[in-house]
Design a protein around this ligand. Structure first.
Ligand SMILES: C[S@@+](CC[C@H](N)C(=O)[O-])C[C@H]1O[C@@H](n2cnc3c(N)ncnc32)[C@H](O)[C@@H]1O
Ligand SMILES: Nc1nc2[nH]cc(C(=O)O)c2c(=O)[nH]1
Ligand code: SF4
Ligand SMILES: [Mg+2]
Length: 221
């Protein structure tokens, strides 16, 4: 099988449970959503240049970096044709710790059947993204403790909505729960005050480390 890879690189993971650790990123072409805040819109344009890579070539690249954490992302990685074959192929290597960043609109059902499946870092798109209506609530039932639900908030209204969803679906009992500011859009101190006011125990506030270390617009980091 061949996959449309728009960039591959090693960096510090700037997000999620392995934030701060080295990771190999494979970014795939194309997305079905159009989040207002997307910092990777360039990867979603059908005319974006990409490299066709087989599962073997992707695996060889990853192993050649000697980095064990792998993040499959995009664009929306789960929309790649035959992505299940790639995930199964990579999942055979127990030395790899694989995470998939996914946007919450693609059913996880088939992916949860994969032996030694990767961890999902699944967004729940909040109102300011304009994509909340695309969220598949059933996906919450496929999550396990190793997975993460991420809420990217662009306003205090978004944060209120995130709290409602976290409580309504008891997400803290299902997976790790992260909140993340839309970069430069919301006062992070205000997010902390909100979390304090609402006693949001067991929710992790993240900042995109890579946008602190490098130019926030820089690709390949
Ligand atoms: C570029 S997306 C790719 C994976 C998948 N399409 C998704 O949205 O989860 C990776 C992560 O970056 C987040 N993200 C995108 N633009 C952002 C921004 N401007 N500020 C903060 N997080 C952002 C997304 O919400 C998602 O959690
Ligand atoms: N350094 C770094 N860490 C990341 N974690 C998730 C990313 C993504 O775009 O999915 C990402 C990214 O784009 N860069
Ligand atoms: S789903 Fe992810 S890649 Fe697609 S537009 Fe939203 S943030 Fe960007
Ligand atoms: Mg990114």
């Amino acid at each position: 099988m061949m996959y449309k890879v728009v960039e591959k690189f090693v960096s510090i993971n700037g997000e999620g449970r392995l934030s701060g650790q080295l990771a190999v990123f494979i970014r795939f072409l194309g997305c079905n959503l159009d989040c207002s805040y997307c910092d990777t819109k360039w990867a979603n344009k059908e005319n974006t240049s990409y490299t066709l890579m087989s599962e073997e070539e992707i695996y060889e690249y990853i192993k050649g970096t000697k980095v064990k954490n792998v993040t499959l992302t995009g664009g929306e990685p789960l929309l790649q044709e035959n992505i299940i074959q790639l995930i199964e192929y990579l999942s055979k290597d127990n030395e790899l710790s694989i995470e998939i960043e996914t946007n919450g609109s693609v059913s996880l059902k088939e992916f949860t059947k994969i032996k030694n499946r990767p961890r999902f870092t699944m967004d729940y798109k909040l109102p300011s993204s304009g994509m909340e209506y695309k969220m598949l609530i059933d996906n919450f039932s496929y999550l396990k403790k190793e997975d993460t639900v991420k809420f990217v908030a662009g306003s205090m209204h978004d944060l209120e909505r995130a709290k409602d969803i976290i409580d309504k679906y008891e997400l803290k009992n299902r997976a790790s729960v992260y909140v993340s500011p839309v970069f430069g859009k919301i006062d992070v101190k205000g997010m902390v005050e909100f979390m304090k006011e609402h006693k949001m125990n067991d929710v992790t506030l993240q900042l995109q480390l890579h946008k602190i270390i490098w130019d926030p617009e820089k690709k390949g980091v």
